[in-house]
Structures are given as C-alpha cells and as structure tokens.
Design a protein around this ligand. Structure first.
Ligand SMILES: Cc1cc2nc3c(=O)[nH]c(=O)nc-3n(C[C@H](O)[C@H](O)[C@H](O)COP(=O)(O)OP(=O)(O)OC[C@H]3O[C@@H](n4cnc5c(N)ncnc54)[C@H](O)[C@@H]3O)c2cc1C
Length: 406
C-alpha cells in the first residue's frame, strides 16, 4: 500500500497552497469589509471575481470534475487532498476555484444527464464561473430525508410542450445570491405511480420564470451564510417552463438525485477535514500565545488532550476519506456506498467535536466574529443534516451490515 500522493497531485497541492497563502487568506477580511458596503448583502463582493481570475490564471479551476471535456480530469483520489486545502477557508476558497457546493453537484448532473441544449445554456456559464445555481429538493411540510415524501408537483401541459411547477422548498443553498440564475427542481410527475422511486422528475427552472418567488433567507444558527448565497425559501406557483427543461426522462429524478449525492458527500467530508486542520492550527497558536495561572495554556494536560485527540481524529478521517475516494475511482460510487455513508457519518461528528474544543480553548474569542471558529462550527454541524441526516445513513449502512445474518 502506497500512501504517497502522485506527482500531479503534489504539483497541484503546491500551487493551491501558494494560492491560499498569497490570495485566499488575505481576502477573508477584505470580503467581509466589502460585503458591509454592498447595496444588498446578497450581492457578491468584488474580491470574489479577483480570486476567480487569479485561480484560473494559475490553472486551479474546476478541479472537481473527473470528465476532462469539462474539468481538470482528476480522479477522486487526486482531488481529495485539494478539496481538503480549500476547506481551510470554506467560504472563499471553494468558490474561488469554482469547486463550491451546490454548483459542483449541479455541474456534474448536467454533464452526466443534461441534453446538449441544457449543457450549452447552463453548464457552460457554470463551468466559466459566470453564474450560480441551486438544487431544490427539501420541503418544509414533509420529512424530506425521505425523497418519496416530496410533494411539489411537476405537471405536463395538455399539448406536451411545457411543464408547470407548484410547491414550496426551503434551505435551498445559494438561491439568495442574484447570480443564482437557475434551479434544478425535484418534484413529482407521477404522484400515484406504482413504483415510489419513479414518481419524481428533475426540471431546470430559470430564476426569472414568472411564478418563482425567492421568499426569504433561512439562517443557520443565526448565520446568514452570505458568501454561499444563503439558504432560501423558494415558492413555485405554477411556474411554467418548456418541456425541453426536463433533465433525463420523466421518473428519473430519484436515480439522478442518488448519482448527484455520492460525489457531493465525499467533497463535503474532504473540506471538513481542512476545517479541522485549520482548527488545530488555531488551537496550537492560541495555546502557546496565552498564559493563565502562571503557565501557557499549552502546558495544561486538558489542552494537550484536545490537540492530541484532534490530530488522531483527523488522521483517521483522512485515511477513510482517501480509501473511499480510491474505491469510487476503482469500483464506482455504488461499490463505495458503505464507505461513503461511513465518512458522511464519521466526519461531521468528529469535526464538530474538534471545533468545539477549539472554541473552548479560545474562550470568548472562540464564539466571536474575530475568529472563524464559531462560523466553522455552525457549518460543520449542519453537515450532520444536509445531504442526508446521520440517522438515515446509519439506518441504511446497518441494513447492509445485517443482511448476511438474515
Ligand atoms: C445548511 C443547510 C443547507 C441545505 N441545503 C439544501 C439544498 O441546497 N437543497 C435542498 O434541497 N436541501 C438542502 N438542505 C436540506 C437538507 O438536505 C435536509 O434538511 C435533510 O435532507 C433532512 O430533511 P428534513 O430537514 O426534512 O428532515 P426530516 O426528514 O424531517 O428528518 C428530521 C430528523 O428525523 C430523523 N430521521 C429521519 N429519517 C430517519 C430514519 N430513517 N431513521 C432515523 N431517524 C430518522 C433524523 O434525525 C433527521 O435529522 C440543507 C440543509 C441545511 C441545514
């Protein structure tokens, strides 16, 4: 077993680390200052555009896309350590290199299942980083971790030329930003069909379609998540789009959603490990800088315990994430199902714990806006819910584990 990264990965890591040091970390306070002066807090601070231009110039662009026609053509194993690095500044770096959720999943989906026309209209500007997109599945009225509950209706017109969408969604990430020009909406085309997995379809709905209302911004532990474009409640009230906006065929929505979530989950876990690394760095700096009761904080056994446990967790998580990436590359996303679920359960939990210890070590500063820890904690905590709550993954992983004993 060889634990070293290959030459291409090492070379990209070096370039990405330099980009982070020279551009991304210095841009963090700049983005916050610029946002405070924007006409609307949902607009994009100009520094984002500068970061994107610099990333493109350095060849650090669309690294997540394994299909060479559209992206860098990296394997999951090659992309994993790069996504980890961007996770150290999760509000800026993934967007700067055009590898931010939910756009990555939407681009993958369009590359894989979109028609030529759909790819031209939506995938091309997304790949160029000119527009943003959102994925609209979750609904406030039903338990949406079970996709068969989705109630939004997608109805075909009598002459077959159009679809209308009616329903209410919430926590639609990115939708508050006006550059988010298109929603991929999951709804039911055949609500009474015999197979519950064939009732849903996916439809491209442009933001400016009459009947689409981005109603309000949902918060995350009080944070608006402006840099990500927030998380919106969106109402579709008879929004009518051409039939050509259907992705794939009627009834394929469930299968497409499953395909979209596999890579998305591993990307989240990779970035979470980067967040944990940043927390460890901040912990170590603080522990040697501050003194209390006659000694530096780092001299306290409890502090050393937090730091050591954090390092142990990160090393374990990284190995499991890399193994999962390798399996996805070698046996496919289906073959890596158990490992994808295992990392989706293990990573947010452990990183929340690490961030909580880092907050504790920073005292009041830990919960303040002067350190990134509180906001990182909130972001990591939401990943125990988003892309499938822990318990849903536990349930299905355990069912597979139990199968041979039945
Ligand atoms: C910050 C953030 C961003 C998000 N972004 C998006 C987005 O862009 N697009 C989108 O469509 N959605 C998004 N979501 C929504 C997210 O995907 C859902 O919250 C998630 O799928 C759970 O659905 P729900 O909230 O309806 O919870 P429910 O389905 O009501 O579940 C509630 C709880 O019930 C328990 N539970 C459910 N099923 C089981 C089970 N089988 N066994 C045991 N316990 C169970 C779990 O503890 C679960 O947390 C986002 C959420 C957050 C917090």
């Amino acid at each position: 077993m060889d634990f070293a990264f290959d030459a291409r990965t090492e070379e990209l890591r070096t370039r990405l680390l330099a980009f982070m040091e020279e551009h991304v970390y210095p841009a963090e306070p700049v983005a916050a200052e610029q946002r405070a002066r924007l006409a609307s807090p949902w607009d994009t601070p100009p520094v984002f555009g500068e970061l994107k231009a610099e990333a493109r110039r350095r060849g650090l662009w669309n690294l997540f896309l394994p299909d060479e026609r559209y992206g860098a053509g990296l394997t999951n194993l090659q992309y994993a350590p790069l996504a980890e690095i961007t996770g150290r500044s999760p509000h800026l770096a993934p967007m700067a290199v055009n590898c931010a959720a939910p756009h990555t999943g939407n681009m993958e989906l369009l590359a894989q299942f979109g028609s030529e026309e759909q790819r031209k209209q939506w995938l091309e500007p997304l790949l160029a980083g000119e527009i943003r997109s959102a994925f609209a599945m979750t609904e406030p009225e039903v338990a949406s971790s079970d996709a068969s509950n989705i109630e939004t209706r997608i109805e075909r017109s009598a002459d077959g030329s159009a679809y209308t969408v009616t329903g209410r969604k919430w926590y639609i990430s990115g939708a508050m930003n006006p550059d988010c020009k298109v929603f991929i909406v999951m709804g039911k085309t055949d609500p009474d069909g015999p197979d519950p997995r064939r009732r849903q379809s996916m439809l491209l709905v442009p933001r400016d379609t009459p009947g689409v209302e981005v109603r309000r911004a949902m918060t995350v532990y009080g944070y608006a998540d402006h840099d990500h474009g927030g998380h919106a409640e969106v109402v579709f009230d008879g929004a009518r789009v051409p039939a050509a906006n259907l992705i794939g065929e009627e009834g394929a929505g469930f299968a497409i959603a499953q395909a979209r979530l596999g890579p998305g989950r591993i990307h989240h876990c990779m970035r979470l490990i980067g967040m944990a690394e940043r927390a460890i760095e901040l912990m170590c700096r603080r522990a040697v800088e501050r003194t209390a009761f006659g000694g530096e904080l780092a001299s306290q056994g409890v502090v050393r315990g937090w730091i050591a446990d954090a390092r142990v967790s990160v090393e374990q998580l990284r190995l499991l994430v890399l193994k999962t990436a390798w399996l996805m590359d070698t046996v496919g996303n289906r073959g890596a199902h158990t490992e994808i679920q295992a990392i989706k359960i293990a990573t947010p939990r452990a990183v929340v714990r690490i961030l909580d210890d880092a907050v504790q070590l920073h005292g009041a500063g830990g919960v303040s806006q002067d350190f990134p820890l509180a906001e990182l904690w909130a972001a990591a905590r939401t990943l125990r819910l988003a892309d499938g709550p822990d318990e849903v993954h536990q349930r299905s992983l355990a069912l597979r584990e139990l199968k041979p004993y039945r």
